[in-house]
Ligand binder design. Structure first.
Ligand SMILES: [Zn+2]
Length: 130
């Protein structure tokens, strides 16, 4: 139902300059993954397309598992239930990251998924905010 081919070739490789946001993001996240609340190896993760300068509105703090999912564009649906709350985050990069992870699922006809993408305000065709 949804065209995801435009999303799958995007770069997810992280840039060293994202480290400039470290302090700001650590304060915002209080050292926790902004998607799932874990504290496991939490680091900044920039969302494509990368702006010239790293932007906290396009970057989130994520744990090792969530970063791996974003890099590989694959999630474990059993573990991924927390994405259903992350799409309601007040932080745009968290909503966007959660929506993009949900879009990696194969069962895109699931009405729950359409509702989650609506909550995040993300267009399934482009993987960007509407
Ligand atoms: Zn996480």
């Amino acid at each position: 139902m949804f065209a995801t081919s435009t999303m799958t070739r995007k770069r997810t490789k992280q840039r060293p300059q994202v480290g400039r946001l470290g302090k700001h993001l650590t304060r915002r996240s209080r050292g926790r993954c902004e998607l799932c609340d874990r504290r496991d190896e939490v680091r900044p993760f920039e969302l494509w397309p990368f702006p010239e300068e790293p932007d906290p509105e396009r970057t989130l703090m994520a744990c090792s598992r969530c970063r791996r999912w974003m890099e590989q564009e694959r999630i474990d649906p059993v573990e991924a239930h927390f994405l259903g709350s992350a799409v309601w985050s007040e932080l745009p990069p968290v909503r966007l990251a959660a929506a993009r992870l949900l879009l990696t699922r194969e069962d895109l006809d699931d009405p729950w998924l359409a509702d989650a993408l609506d909550a995040a305000d993300v267009d399934p065709g482009t993987g960007e905010f509407r």
